[in-house]
Design a protein around this ligand. Structure first.
Ligand code: 5AD
Ligand code: SF4
Length: 458
């Protein structure tokens, strides 16, 4: 009889981390680890961290402090709680984490997850030898972790992530990703299709292909030649039973012809596109090493809208990058006014040690950053509300993903990634239904189900 052990996982940051956490959970299941939603009495805690901005890192250290009493309570019972720090902070800081916080027993980066069972065994060996487990693994191994991870079995409710690409070779001057996730790696098309078919076989209707730089995908195709993201999307479109396809995150520099064709010719490639621009000022874009101008970005959007007029746009913005003047910031606002986003993420520039931008002397004052962020977010909020209200009276499809706060209510996602609330029986969770939108706020839509039918593409 295997002994059940309690596992608590906290995920910080991006969807890539969410995917990685799920894979770690899947990997630990056969070892008897059962997921728990509280850290209390856990046998193992994994903090899957994010290093992208300073705030995320601070949060990790304060969370470790909060977890200490749980570890002590467990120790008082003569039991051991293994505390592991995974993810990008682990990759970047390595040993420094356990030096600063000795309660941390294991530190390992995103390229080592497939070695988790081996690392846990090592932790137990050092525990019985020294009374304290100690594991550090922040290598970039040559073998692919994807080859050794089990097929995902997410608790999916109709929608799942599929990681197709990792790492980044772009080196934007503000960003730690090329250092924490390493250089670009693309999974072979055959492996991706196998995973996609498996996901569909367990009831998944929507797959979001993930990559730090997904549009830079260049994996080995079914013909042993290198395939682009566009070609991969066409292959995904052929997966029987898959009803919605999404992908994220894209880079303006990688917008190749096949991608546009994919948006034109694949009806179930969702009309939603997340294309980070970061700034509307050419001077700042150059200093960021983005390798495109604001005009080139605008052209991409116009071209996409020409072939797919209903496409909804989302982006990432950074305000207060070093040397950003009022005029540079105004250029960003003008770009937002011109393009009109349905959703966006905006951040104050956060100085990351080891990145080129951290060395620029003329950092922008914190109050100015706060003020600019507020102005930008207000504009983005207005645009989001305007888009949501424009849906009122229209019919759309909704993939029902979870229960709402009120009895009988379910929440799902529209093709444009809006949250939609409606009354529907629980048995429809994971299904796509047709809904008439009756109301819209900045963050969500309310609607009523018209029919359980919708157009099937695949
Ligand atoms: N400061 C602020 N925002 C950042 N991002 C990445 N690095 C930083 C940084 N140093 C933002 C970018 C990116 C998103 C994932 O996080 O907008 O697109
Ligand atoms: Fe970071 Fe730029 Fe790479 Fe995106 S493209 S992960 S912002 S370096």
């Amino acid at each position: 009889m295997s002994i059940i052990k309690k596992l608590f996982v906290k995920t910080y940051g991006c969807q890539m981390n969410m995917y990685d956490s799920d894979r770690m959970i899947d990997l630990l299941k056969p070892l008897g680890y059962q997921l728990s939603d509280t850290p209390e009495n856990a046998d193992m805690i994994i903090l899957n961290t994010c290093h992208i901005r300073e705030k995320a890192e601070h949060k990790l250290y304060s969370d470790i402090g909060r977890l200490e009493p749980y570890k002590e309570a467990k120790a008082a019972k003569g039991e051991y709680m293994i505390l592991a720090v995974a993810g990008c902070v682990a990759q970047a800081e390595g040993e420094e984490i356990s030096r600063r916080k000795p309660v941390v027993d294991m530190v390992f980066g995103p390229q080592s997850y497939h070695k988790l069972p081996e690392m846990i065994a090592q932790a137990h060996r050092t525990l019985s030898k020294n009374g304290k487990p100690s594991v550090l693994d922040v290598d970039f191994p040559t073998e692919s972790k994807f080859d050794s991870l089990p097929a995902p079995n997410p608790d999916h409710k109709g929608s799942a992530f599929l990681s197709v690409q990792e790492g980044c070779d772009k080196f934007c001057t503000f960003c730690v990703v090329p250092y924490t996730r390493g250089s670009e790696f693309s999974r072979p098309v055959a492996d991706i299709l196998k995973e996609a078919k498996h996901l569909v076989s367990i009831g998944v209707k929507e797959i979001t292909l993930l990559g730090q730089n997904v549009t830079a995908y260049h994996g080995v195709g079914l013909d042993d030649k290198e395939w682009s993201m566009g070609r991969l999307l066409f292959a995904m479109a052929e997966v029987p039973g898959l009803e919605r396809i999404r992908y994220t995150t894209s880079h303006p520099q990688d917008m190749h012809k096949e991608l546009y064709t994919a948006h034109k010719d694949i009806p179930h490639l969702m009309p939603y596109f997340h294309l980070p621009v970061q700034s509307g000022s050419d001077k700042i874009l150059k200093a960021m090493n983005r390798k495109h101008t604001a005009a080139e970005y605008r052209d991409i959007i116009y071209k996409l809208r020409e072939i797919r007029p209903d496409i909804a746009l989302s982006s990432d913005f950074i305000v207060g990058f070093p040397d950003e003047t009022d005029q540079d910031f105004e250029d960003t606002l003008q770009l937002v006014r011109d393009i009109k986003y349905v959703q966006a993420y905006s951040f104050k520039y956060s100085m990351r040690p080891g990145t080129p931008a951290a060395l620029i002397h003329s950092q922008v004052n914190e109050d100015i950053k706060d003020n600019r962020l507020q102005i930008l977010q207000e504009l983005l909020r207005e645009q989001q509300l305007e888009f949501n209200i424009s849906m009122v009276g229209k019919q759309t499809t909704v993939l029902l993903e979870k229960e709402g706060r009120h009895p009988g209510q379910l929440i799902g996602k529209s093709p444009f990634l809006q949250s939609v609330y409606l009354e529907a029986p629980k048995r429809l969770l994971g299904q796509i239904v047709t809904v008439e939108i009756e109301g819209g706020t900045q963050n969500s839509l309310a609607g009523k189900m018209v029919t359980q039918e919708h157009i099937h593409y695949a």
